[in-house]
Ligand binder design. Sequence first.
Ligand code: PMT
Length: 407
Amino acid sequence: MSRNVVMGVTGGIACYKAADVVSRLKKEGIEVDVIMTQNACHFVDPLTFRTLSKNPVVTDTFATPEAWKVGHVALAEKADVMLIAPATANVIGKVASGIADDMLTTTIMASRAKIVFAPAMNVNMYENPIVQENIERLKARGYYFIEPGSGLLACGYEGKGRMAEPPEIVNYVHRLLSEDTEAAPASAKVRDLEGKRFLVTAGPTAEKIDPVRYISNRSSGKMGFAVAEAAFSRGAEVTLVTGPVKLSCSPGIRRIDVSTTREMLQACEEVFPDVDAVVKAAAPADFYVVNSCEHKIKKKSDTITLELAQNPDILKTLGSRKKDQILVGFAAETRNLEAYAEKKIADKNLDMIVANDVSAPGAGFDIDTNIFTIITADGEKTAYEKMTKAEGAGIILDRIGEMMRKR
Ligand code: PMT
């Protein structure tokens, strides 16, 4: 399947985040062509985008020979999705008014691809009725918009106007790329989880041995964060309870950071009664150190003995309290994948389990891809080929969405 994103970069300080978007799309195996407006070139040099996208960058000057080779019609036809990020009030206004006076707006006008804007501007500009009217006009014509976030803006103002975070943008684009091409623009599928509340867990937990040592595992949080971002970009209200990881998430996601399995349990217990679905992608430590030390353990003898006691099973605890929530667990196995996963469905009162063989190349801990089989409580099994964790998250949410619609 062709997966090409033509990215329009317009002039705003959020251009630096656009570079991260290109880098993330490329890591997902998506081909990216970048068109920069003249104003964008004041913020970031085209060389940055050329290096990240590994393609010539088209600028409005028409000065580079490459620009002629990939004229506006060629790129307009090549695009599966056109992403304008950051999208200024100016470009939104031009497109809404049918103006095509530079390479970017000409390409937008000539394209039949799905077109998505990620606005970024000063709060007063964003709230200006003219800008809002333009956005509504474009939405009515099937253009997509990724809502900006709120917070301190580069101009010093506080409010809405900050471009959505790169993971959210990439997830949104991903959803558009994986949708059926016949799907109606702005269809319910993209925001099909609107009004639903999700609890997602991610990452490892760390159990203290002494102030400088701990017991943990190789979970990076990538799988759980991918689920949280995908649910958020599909309109859900998401609480992400995460162990210690190096990842950031979209500002709209409610993030609770924890260290230990017992802390993760406490956070999940608080959120659980108010959610519609739980996805437990975390890898909590099964044991904690009973005799952990307040001070660093000194090397006085050749051996030391750690006394380990079992941690609570978070998923099992939630399963025993389940009312009408959809409870989805993961099974990280290295053998007897399906048998062990099926046992977990029964033991933990799950609706569905995502079983991954964490010893298989391309699956499991601390990589960008996964391979899994989804098994439902009704015994339905579907095995999926290797895919990115973002794609996997989309599949898991599709399956949860189906369950929600049947209830
Ligand atoms: O984070 P990444 O690097 O992206 O890696 C992804 C992953 C391999 C961690 C993920 O795909 C995965 O398999 N997560 C589950 C890891 C795990 O703990 O599996 P398990 O089979 O030991 O546990 C089964 C289920 O019970 C899991 O949903 C787990 O979150 C949950 N559990 C486990 C122990 C515990 N004390 N409480 C729990 O709730």
